[in-house]
Design a protein around this ligand. Sequence first.
Ligand SMILES: [Zn+2]
Length: 471
Amino acid sequence: MAFETVIGLEVHAQLSTRSKIFCACSTAFGAAPNGNTCPVCTGMPGVLPVLNRKVVEYTIRTALATSCTVQRRSVFARKNYFYPDLPKAYQISQYELPIALGGHVDIEVDGETKRIGITRIHMEEDAGKLVHEGEFAGAQASLADLNRCSVPLMEIVSEPDMRTPEEGGAYLRRLHDILVYLGVCDGNMEEGSFRCDANVSVRPVGQEAFGTKAELKNMNSFRNVEKALEYEIRRQVELIEDGGKVVQETRLWDANAGVTVSMRRKEEAHDYRYFPDPDLLPLIVDDSWVEELRATIPEMPAEKIARLGTQYGISRYDAGLLASTRALADFFEASAAIYGGNPKTTANECVHWKDAVLAGTLSPETIAHAVEDRERGTISATASKKLVELVLSTGKPFRTLRDEQGLTQVSDTSALDVLVEKILAASPKEVEGYRAGKVGLLSFFVGQVMKESRGKANPKVVQEVLKKKLG
Ligand SMILES: [Zn+2]
């Protein structure tokens, strides 16, 4: 029997605000345990949450960039459960009335574009974490670090539109790029700023009803998500083929073992008992604010790739490499504006020096001058590379170094004539051989002239002069 996979993804993105969602505590990573806490985020009785405007702004920007409809009125709800890392015993989230509904993100897999629906986007607070002394099961003590309590999260829930692990990976990468482009999330997966849960089920091809799904948690890299999905799909298909049944459960991805393991069954799952938070008024977003924010949305990766391709005539692949980081694409455009030679050469240079570009140690002038001098034949490719390295190590301008180092190429034919004559006079046997038909000897002559000029001769011009003289 052939099976089809159905995948939906829930992304939790930490918004890069300086303070938490309902209090003024810092969100900085790596603070001393419980260093970033106050009575509000530690859930002391009688305190009141105050909504951080920046959190709403960032979420609206994300909603607009993913074509969602921003809801004029949304409501914060209490999601009740008892957890030792959440002293209030409820998490403030949005439930029935989230801030944004019904958007989409376009992905590309194997050269085909596919639209993945976004069901909803809502805001919520994160929970703290427990640190166990020693092995989890035999721990003598467990310590609570509440620094993450009330750190602002945005949950982006997709429609079950993905059919393969590659599509899942492509969707996550695209979403990640969008959030980083918007500057609303730093995208750091190691620090948990961008995390993902997946709902996976399989069904016989042709069947309309969804199969029973499993929820996968604990995936912290794009590659892990793809591997976890591959494993889980195989597990479910084998289970059904062996006459078994998939049960609805939450499973954890064990990256070391490369397997998913059952964490909890549906019958043990928590009944959250959501209800509107009485401490927070319904959130009313007026249209003028939404329009104000719409004006601040930068060009998104997919649009940028398409525009770079048409505007500069570079390949989709090159445009994709440049657009992988907004700063790199901006740098490319700045370089191309200074010297509008072959954009492909400029693109290659920008990608080649990407680390320096992103570290801010190269200026667009350097790349523009390097490309211009090479195209005009003033310097060789080798000299260009050497000079950029010197710019990085000395901080001096490209052309100052070029003149100081005497790396300017000799393209003047009359100067090269003398050199060529000298080499030909010194190699009568080779000249005879060439004239007798051994045309491969041309590179020998070029090499000799280059050596004689200590690398400063323009090899193209040298070839022309040689051909003319050798007849
Ligand atoms: Zn606080």
